[in-house]
Design a protein around this ligand. Structure first.
Ligand code: ZN
Length: 396
């Protein structure tokens, strides 16, 4: 195993000597302030697995303002704008209901389009507030009658009050400075207040049938499971009082594993023995399985994409991975299309990202559409067929 000194010390225990599990490469849109490569590392002291990213919290903060993929309600999750997302949020709201009370001040940090606040409010008349870095999300929430502020964990709005219940749902896996984030949350929490944290569950990555390296992207830089979330809590003087193992259903019967915890600030928690984290072997197994799957994807692309014009459908993380790690790197890409209006206009794979309606017009003879979408690839293939039945598609 390859040992090194990390540029980012372990965000749970501060250890600086780490083991490298794998190096990841991404093709990013021009101007993206995130790294095009980082080492996935494991901390030999506490067992945590994370991205040794060379970028700072400020770089990530800027990214989430300028490149948010949670703004466009038609493509994003988090707004309860499609059936699967609504189902996921209703399940979370059902589990959280026992912690809610009328007039309770509830704050969702990183609320996106506010789907969880809306589903919670339907069940209990809470005083719901949201904070998000993306201006469009904040505007939408205010227009719908919620209290909302633009901000993020590293820069919370001033005088935004204190809260009885704070939610960090699918947020902490994006944060460079975890201790700083938990300290900022504590300042907003009323005495006896509770914090709900939900993240992907890295102890189950290897059990899911999803595209190779799906769980590793430029945004997810911490890989938690219940034990590591508890350990992070202990290190920062938070006590875990409840936890839940979740399975979020994705289209076509695929699953996304997640872990949820209720934490309470407790100075004596600091003295507790942290739970041991056993993620390294599970994530190493996931990396091995991904390498095998990637090999198969490369084989399917090798003959198909060379010597002909390619349209890439998708400029998200699936495309970011395949463009750096497959024959797509050498392909002649003539257009990139994406439904996400926040991606349109950005420069990706030597093209300006267009809407499918624009990008699929007047294509050269023999063009192939390569669909780079981890979850909705089959739906996109049907959509291409509706738009232009003669256009061949490939799902790597
Ligand atoms: Zn550690």
């Amino acid at each position: 195993m390859n040992e090194k000194t990390a540029s980012r010390p372990c965000p749970v225990c501060n250890e600086t000597r780490v083991e490298v599990l794998h190096r990841l490469h991404f093709h990013l849109a021009r101007g993206t302030p995130l790294p095009e490569a980082y080492d996935l590392v494991s901390c030999p002291r506490c067992g945590f697995v994370y991205a040794d990213t060379p970028k700072s919290q400020a770089d990530y903060d800027r990214y989430y303002v300028e490149f948010s993929r949670y703004e466009d309600a038609a493509t994003a999750s988090g707004g309860a704008d499609n059936e699967a997302d609504l189902h996921r949020l209703e399940e979370t709201a059902r589990w959280l209901e026992k912690y809610m009370a009328p007039q309770m001040r509830v704050l969702d940090i990183g609320c996106g389009n506010g789907g969880l606040l809306k589903t919670l409010s339907k069940r209990t008349p809470i005083r719901a507030s949201g904070i998000d870095p993306a201006p469009r999300c904040v505007q939408r929430l205010i227009a719908e009658g919620f209290s909302a502020h633009q901000g993020h964990l590293g820069h919370l709005p001033e005088n935004c009050g204190t809260y009885d219940f704070i939610i960090l749902s699918h947020v902490l896996e994006h944060v460079v400075d975890l201790s700083g984030a938990l300290l900022a949350v504590r300042r907003l929490l009323a005495p006896q207040g509770k914090l709900y944290v939900e993240t992907p569950d890295a102890s189950r990555y290897h059990l899911e049938d999803l595209p190779p390296f799906y769980f590793f992207d430029p945004e997810h830089i911490n890989h938690f499971d219940t034990a590591s979330l508890k350990a992070l809590g202990v290190k920062n003087a938070w006590r875990t009082t409840d936890c839940v193992e979740k399975t979020i259903l994705l289209p076509r019967n695929r699953c996304y594993p997640a872990a949820g915890l209720i934490l309470e600030a407790d100075a004596s928690a600091f003295a507790q023995e942290g739970e041991s984290i056993a993620l390294k072997e599970k994530i190493a197994a996931y990396v091995d399985a991904s390498l095998q799957k990637l090999h198969n994807a490369k084989t399917s692309l090798a003959d198909a994409v060379l010597h002909r014009p390619i349209v890439l459908w998708g400029a998200g993380s699936q495309a970011q991975r395949l463009l750096e790690n497959s024959p797509l790197k050498e392909a002649r890409i003539v257009a990139v299309v994406d439904r996400d209006t926040n991606k349109q206009g950005k420069f990706f794979a030597h093209c300006v990202v267009q809407s499918p309606e624009e990008g699929l017009r007047q294509l050269p003879e023999n063009t192939l559409v390569v669909i780079c979408a981890a979850i909705h690839a089959e739906t996109i293939r049907d959509e291409v067929a509706t738009m232009n039945a003669r256009l061949p598609c490939l799902i790597p």
